[in-house]
Design a binder for this molecule. Sequence first.
Ligand SMILES: *Cc1c(COP(=O)(O)O)cnc(C)c1O
Length: 374
Amino acid sequence: MSKTAFIPVNEPLLGQKEKKYLLECIETGWISSEGAFVEEFEKKLAKVSLREFGIAVSSGTAALDVAIEALGISKGDEVIMPSFTIISCINQIVRVGAIPILVDSDPNTWNMNINQIEGKITVRTKAIMVVHIYGLPVDLDPVLSLAKNYNLKVIEDAAEMHGQSYKGKPCGSFGDISTLSFYPNKHITTGEGGMILTNDAQLAKNCRSLRNLCFQPNKRFVHERLGWNYRMTNMQAALGVAQLSRLDEFVNRKTRMGALYNKLLKGVQGIQLPLESTPYANNIYWVFGLILDKSIDFDAKEAMIRLGRLGIGCRPFFYPMHQQPVLRKMGLFKGEYYPEAEKLYQRGFYIPSGMALSDEQINRVAEALVKVLK
Ligand SMILES: *Cc1c(COP(=O)(O)O)cnc(C)c1O
């Protein structure tokens, strides 16, 4: 690769094992969701997540849709969740006519501000959706104890947390139901894909049915309920099994990437770096995010343009839910402000953080960043 080649924001790392398992699907003809890799992937992922059941689906978004539906969240129910997250978290809540109740972000971890949760609980509150953001888990214990006291369900969106743990216990193991994504920028990828994890047999059965159009075993084309075709293919699961066997390697790579960026960028004026750790976890850097200080007289958008000119691919941070045009048009979040979430979007962005990123590329990104901030 030439020294001036563009550095993309994400590039996955696929190897011989992925190739071998994928070829196996083609050679045996097992390419649909009926193939054996799907169950193997579900079982192995549930095991590393200390969960009883894994249900593979076609994306992380699909996993969230199914989880919300399976928990029976419906019209008029309230679900407490962060404003600063991806739209996938809110889609199904809004579609069923339930009401998303937002909390702001913690300016240091960028996760939901858990101190705002209790004040938002009402008689209509049905669930809390916890979303771990960018590499550090939410402080779960206080959330789980609130949920217990108020008899609320907990949905854990662990899409960005493969291989991460909270106080030594794996992310994906907390609450009533957890969801994961295997999009190519996640720590392990299946191209597109997702997983639902739970310990509740009835909930798992429900999710399996919802993922597969709610076909009934004995009356196949007679439906009592509406589901989706959110099945994962055997080809996706083949990649998943191969990638999962490399999870430690991937977490190590990302941790090293974060450490190198931190070393190169520490002391650089004008930016807030991600926290390296909290009392309950070390950062696994799903992405390496930055926040521009007040001392910088341009915003994240401008910073990304300037870095782009130097051959560095960047991505904006999430756009807060309370500002989303599609949701405002529905009449949601009138007069609501979440200043930390708004600031994260205005001032935050992430630099190349993919699994295939080399040390040489990290050095070039850091150099370009220093130039842009001068
Ligand atoms: C990536 C992601 C999703 C969505 O996953 P897809 O597989 O892209 O649908 C959901 N939640 C979070 C927090 C994510 O980062």
